[in-house]
Design a protein around this ligand. Structure first.
Ligand SMILES: [Zn+2]
Length: 214
């Protein structure tokens, strides 16, 4: 079992012990650590990337064998230094956090978010109707609500109680989540809703942020 330290710390550097280094069926190399600060792909959010010692971390995934860090070379079973790419982490955290705000915005409009995809270039939040009389939200209406929360600068609020981790910003409603998040909604610059579609009972809100990483 790997302790998921990113759930309780935003540290970008740390140490861990390599428990196992495996060669997978497709030839890729996976490393299992005793603890990790790398966010594991899931909940619509891509994994962190970075380095373990000299090895590059390409992706971190959950498998039947445990949490696998896919790396570009073999690593001995020893103590290693972990380093997360902070720019990539920040970009993913921003896109994912914006998805939360969309979910909260559509809740005020009679809808509920059911899932999201926060991969760069494919960001969208899917929702379902809660109030039967609710019209399909307008793109501008969602932008207005979310941008108001961004402009006011709400601080993140994380709780960890009995293994349940929740997140929100300011006084907004908290949701269970194991992802990575921005400290303040002000970091979500350049938020725009690209389109709002409603098909086969599912609402689909596509969105984008300014890429501040250049
Ligand atoms: Zn989240």
């Amino acid at each position: 079992m790997t302790t998921l330290e990113y759930l309780v710390t935003d540290a970008m550097k740390s140490e861990a012990r390599v428990l196992q280094c495996l060669t997978l069926e497709d030839g890729s190399i996976g490393v299992i650590l005793d603890r990790t600060i790398f966010h594991v792909q899931g909940g619509g959010q891509p994994s962190d990337v970075g380095t373990i010692g000299e090895a590059r971390v390409l992706k971190v995934i959950r498998t039947e064998s445990g949490i696998l860090h896919l790396v570009d070379r073999e690593i001995e079973e020893k103590e290693v230094v972990l380093s997360v790419d902070a720019n990539v982490r920040q970009w993913h955290s921003r896109l994912h956090s914006a998805g939360h705000l969309i979910g909260m915005a559509i809740e005020t409009m009679g809808w509920r978010a059911i899932k999201g995809n926060h991969q760069p270039g494919q960001c969208r939040v899917m929702g379902t109707k809660v109030d039967e009389s609710a019209p399909v939200p307008e793109k501008e209406a969602i932008e207005r609500v979310v941008n108001a929360w961004i402009d006011v600068g709400l601080e993140v609020r994380l709780t960890n109680t009995d293994g349940l981790r929740t997140v929100t910003w300011g006084d907004l409603k908290a949701f269970p989540c194991g992802g990575t998040h921005v400290q303040n909604t002000r970091e979500l610059t350049g938020f725009t809703v690209e389109s709002v579609k409603f098909k086969k009972g599912e609402l689909r809100v596509a969105y984008q942020l300014a890429d501040t990483n250049g």
